[in-house]
Design a protein. Sequence first.
Lengths: 259, 334
Amino acid sequence: MASMIDVRHVNKAFGGLKVINDCSLSVEAGSITGLIGPNGAGKSTLFNIIAGALPLDSGQVLLEGEEITNRPANELFHKGLLRTFQIAHEFSHLTALENLMMVPPAQAGENLFNAWLKPGRVRHEEEEVRRRALEVIDFIGLRHVRNELAGNLSGGQKKLLELGRTMMTDARVVLLDEIAAGVNRTLLGDLVENIERLNREMGYTFLVIEHDMDMIARLCDPVIVLAQGSVMVEGTIEEIQNNPEVIEAYFGATHDATA
Amino acid sequence: MNEFVFFLNYVVVAGSVTGSIYAIGAVGVTLVFSIMRFAHFAHADMMTFGAFTVLLLTTAFPGAGAALGLPTAVVMLPLAMLLTAALAVGIDKAFYKPLRAHGVKPIVMVIASLGVTLMLQGLIRLFAGTSGQSLYVDDRKEIFRLALPFEGARAPIVITEPQVILFVLTLVCVVGLHLFLSRSRLGKAMRAMSDNPDLARASGINTNLIVAVTWVIVGGLAAIAGTLLSLDVTFKPDLSFFLLLPIFAAAIVGGVGHPFGAIAGGFVVGFAETLAVFNWSVLLRPFRDSLPEWLASADNLAFVGTEYKIVVPFVLLVAILVWRPTGIFKGKVI
């Protein structure tokens, strides 16, 4: 299978601290790839580098074979690479529904002249966007709070809204940064189902950072283990869980906490 | 009745003039704050720079206004707005952008803008000298005297041409800004960025472009406010020292980061200043007979002397920070 994202020999240091150390990995198109590793392994840093939020020191990042090294996040959005944030981000002064309606680019109503000269077209398009946003909000189970200001939603609801945001436009690949953290157990099941459905029906590729091993086990294949800034091992969840090296580095001291 | 006209001239007209200038100035400060999250001290000097550019252009083409029936300075204003916008974008590229790229704290940006203030002021002084100059180089200030259709109103309402132009331009700016922010893609992107810059980027918004657009708007507005103030009185290179406090007070009173709050704040500060220096004894004159001796014989009943008018925004600022720290409108995002 073709690869969606290629990371090649990437290095990144903060001051004297080398966080990403000659890291190379690839995410296959159509896969749900998990990215795990102990705290400080460089998962989030690598994520931010791929998503264009952090400049890298050296190396290359490719999206479907096209070099995207150090391209800004807004450009990557238009290429179909979307991300969610570890700490959920939202436009706090817009309602949940408006947050979703905000996403599709180049809406006719955003043009000063269209707003006056083509009110029919603007209204038609806005209804289209609203319909889609309502579908998405049903999908993520937030219909009952759709008219609340997003800033007032709970942490878990904001996480769901983040996932919803990625569904408002035609993404190629979505980076999920600890989407399960702070989401309750029952919602989590829905979340996993929704991610699988997006993967299956809409062909989204996912790269998932997660501390919740349950979720990784249910969702991800393959799983990449990051340790000290580079890939330690890659394989199915069973392979990972039975790998003595991984158990040593990752499960060793914190086994109870992550099980 | 004449006392009432006096009140109209010295409070309503004068307050609206000061208020409009503070309002346009405060909008600039508030826009920079909402997009870049720092207090831009050099804003008042961008206003001075705008007026200075107009002075240069007016000196170069003194006859240009006669053709259009407007003061030459006003005809030169669009060009000065463009130049000031270019200066604002240039200053950002040269001084603020490198700092932003390093992710410095807002206070570092504030100090940098203080440096820009001193630099701009020095530059303007170098070329314009230190004394006040009229922006009317080859033409003359039109003064309209509107007689009131009342019995016994002998004094007319006095309003000058630049004041009328100021009111018109303020209205245009407010309506234009509202339409821009609410109805255009860039305006919407600006609002998104002021709420959450990271998410804005992740939603496909080019935040570098938004920053540049913000500076263009801010520069243009600064040129308008600076020029009209200089037209109303005179152009001085140290104009900014008298403007800085009132426009920041206006921005804070209205709610920092809230453009329409800034406009309201501008008028609140402008009228507070005017009312504070207004000589109330004039209004009491008709009731002289029924007033106690000490009140009737007072010549000057202003709250503060004109030379201390700068304390008014200060007092207002302290009051608002104590009683309503978020401003009249709750500020922070556009």
